[in-house]
Design a protein around this ligand. Structure first.
Ligand SMILES: Nc1ncnc2c1ncn2[C@@H]1O[C@H](COP(=O)(O)OP(=O)(O)OP(=O)(O)O)[C@@H](O)[C@H]1O
Length: 600
């Protein structure tokens, strides 16, 4: 029999680094393939958070280079505010060390684990220290560190430290080497693309083993950095209340007003009366049962929702559409940002978009893009509340077939922005089933479903009209030929008649005696704004009107005009030239290129 004394000898505390070294799957390091994505995700999230805090437009470089058969070097560099040298070792060499854990506001990072877990994974698989270069401003020199984590104590080990010259005036660069594979390259590129969609103000350049891709920003404005707020009285638990009450030297009334959001004198007094306490009692002198009564009263009294505008940073409907359209060609796109609401005292906002057609694959179920606090969720789709909500919606009533998710060329995007996103685990892969959040997701998807239904109805109706018009148009040239034969007159150009019947914008280029004429007719029933591209060997220096823009490429001139035409209005461009080359037209709405019925 094992004696209690023998057992006692085996008992000792476990450092958090030791724990996660053994349980790395909990942090998203369950396989070498996933390790590479998790590392880049953690570093890019940190870079975006840091840039947002410093109010700079993020310019992020991600590099992946094969070092030998099994080892890859991952580099992430940002133009953020940098990290002061004394904080570099704990930030990268100590788990559960960060700046955001105690703040109540929307941020990508929360736990202070992410990047140090990657450092731990590197030293576990290759034993190579992580390199960090950081500079905090033009007046400071850059500091370069080689770091590891002492797993037994969860303390940083500084292998080397030196001051160096660095061409960036501020920012951070991290280089991690670990055993991995590039098997998940597509998923990695998808992750970067999705990150670019929900961070339209960021430019991300990726060099994946020599293949360079740049995701350009579509917005030149840094979103306002969410400001921390005080905890909401409905979102506090007994342990936390006891801790903050013990550290407060004020009265119960002062404590309630000063430590919680949306609690004024009237609300505080109501809570105190309900808890049967005296307002002048010192809060740090309250007994456990008094604190319990206070907590019950805090939850029972009605308190307005926390100030979401301040602590949350939704993307906004317009930027969601721009971000999606930039990366994926769509025929239809609509986005909605719901009003802010609350679960358990935590503010949240649900945003969503629905896209249809274009380059979205027509086969199989809809593509579902899930995001939390502007971070794409790549794994555990089946375990996520967003997926179950998207499957709960009755898509059939919006004109789509359905097998759980809707079928066909449909794209669904959902973004949960919250001061406390309820993830199912520390690896932050899936959103937990919180009824308040689920309700909002279903509501926003139903709203978007109705929009899609209207679009599909109009599209089908228009197709019917077009089919009829096309049938008529197909016989017009024959009729014209017959008529000209009978009346013995030259054949007339029937395209304006066809344009009128088809209700299209029609552009026609003709060259007569060295004069090129491009006629544009708006036969639709609405005003259209157009961009006309004419690529040819003609410089068109005498063009009337003058092009808005001319670009010469290999002896050819790409001439670009922009015009707005009322219904039925005609427009003309004339210049001297050979008339070779092509004419291309694009519709424009709200500054974005759109599909309009064009005929060139
Ligand atoms: N590139 C960076 N620029 C500036 N500060 C950074 C950068 N990377 C990390 N930090 C600082 O280091 C802290 C720890 O980062 P870490 O990734 O470990 O945790 P986190 O991002 O706060 O939370 P999570 O574990 O949820 O990702 C951050 O809170 C931030 O203050």
């Amino acid at each position: 029999m094992v004696l209690a004394e023998d057992l006692a000898k085996q008992q000792r505390s476990i450092s958090v680094a030791e724990f996660f070294e053994k349980n790395k799957h909990l942090l998203g390091f369950d396989s070498p393939t996933r390790g590479i994505i998790t590392t880049i995700k953690e570093a890019v999230d940190n870079a975006l958070d840091a840039c947002e805090e410093a109010e700079v437009l993020p310019d992020i470089f991600v590099g992946i280079k094969k070092v030998d058969a099994e080892v890859y070097r991952i580099t992430v560099e940002d133009n953020g505010p940098g990290i002061v040298p004394e904080n570099v070792p704990p930030v990268f060499g100590k788990l559960l060390y960060g700046s955001r854990f105690h703040q109540i506001r929307q941020s990508r990072g929360q736990q202070g684990i992410g990047i140090s877990a990657a450092v731990l994974y590197a030293q576990l698989t290759t034993g190579i220290p992580t390199q960090v270069v950081s500079r905090t401003g033009a007046k400071a020199r850059a500091h370069r560190f080689e770091l590891m984590i002492k797993t037994e104590t969860n303390e940083p080990e500084i292998v080397t430290h030196e001051e160096i010259d660095w061409d960036r005036t501020h920012g951070t660069r991290i280089e991690i080497q670990f055993k991995s594979t590039l098997a998940a390259k597509k998923r990695l590129v998808d992750y970067l693309r999705l990150t670019a969609i929900v961070n339209p103000h960021a430019r991300i350049t990726a060099d994946i083993d020599g293949e360079v891709t740049t995701f350009e920003r579509v917005s030149g404005e840094v979103p306002p950095c969410p400001k921390p707020i005080l905890p909401h009285p409905h979102g506090i638990e007994f342990g936390a209340l006891k801790r903050i009450a013990a550290a407060n030297t004020g009265t119960v009334e002062e404590f309630l007003i000063g430590s919680f959001s949306k609690v004024g004198k009237k609300t505080a007094d109501e809570m105190i009366a309900l808890a049967n306490l005296k307002p002048a009692r010192k809060v740090n002198k309250l007994e456990s049962d008094e604190l319990k009564r206070l907590l019950d009263a805090m939850q029972a009294v009605k308190v307005p929702a926390p100030p979401a505008q301040q602590c949350l940073s939704p993307i906004g409907e317009d930027l969601i559409c721009k971000g999606l359209e930039k990366e994926i060609q769509l025929d239809f796109i609509k986005a909605r940002t719901r009003p802010s609401t609350v679960y358990g005292g935590h503010s949240f906002i649900i945003e969503a978009a629905i896209g249809y057609g274009g380059k979205v694959p027509a086969e199989g179920t809809a593509q579902l893009f899930r995001f939390a606090n502007r971070v794409p969720l790549l794994y555990q789709q089946g375990a996520c509340a967003i997926t179950s909500c998207a499957s709960q919606v009755n898509w059939k009533s919006y004109g789509l077939s359905q097998q759980g998710l809707p079928m066909g060329p449909v794209l669904i995007m959902v973004h949960v922005a919250s001061t406390n996103v309820p993830f199912t685990s520390e690896s932050k892969d899936a959103v937990a089933s919180i009824p308040e959040i689920e309700r909002e997701v279903v509501l926003v998807l139903q709203e978007l479903g109705r929009e899609l239904k209207t679009y599909l109805y109009r599209r089908d109706k228009k197709k019917q009209q077009d089919d009829r018009a096309r049938a008529i148009c197909s016989v017009i040239p024959e009729i014209a030929a017959k008529v000209s034969e009978i009346v013995e007159l030259p054949l007339v150009d029937t395209s304006p008649i066809e344009g009128k019947i088809m209700r299209k914008v029609v552009a026609k280029k003709r060259t007569v005696d060295g004069k090129v004429r491009i006629d544009v007719n708006n036969y639709t029933a609405k005003e259209v704004t157009l961009v006309l591209y004419n690529l040819s060997r003609d410089a068109a220096e005498d063009a009337k009107p003058r092009p808005d823009f001319v670009d010469s490429i290999d002896g050819e001139y790409n001439k670009v005009w922009r015009c707005t035409l009322d219904p039925g209005e005609a427009w003309q461009i004339v210049y001297t030239g050979s008339g070779d080359g092509s004419v291309d037209l694009r519709g424009v709405e709200d500054g974005r290129k759109v599909v309009v019925d064009l005929d060139v």
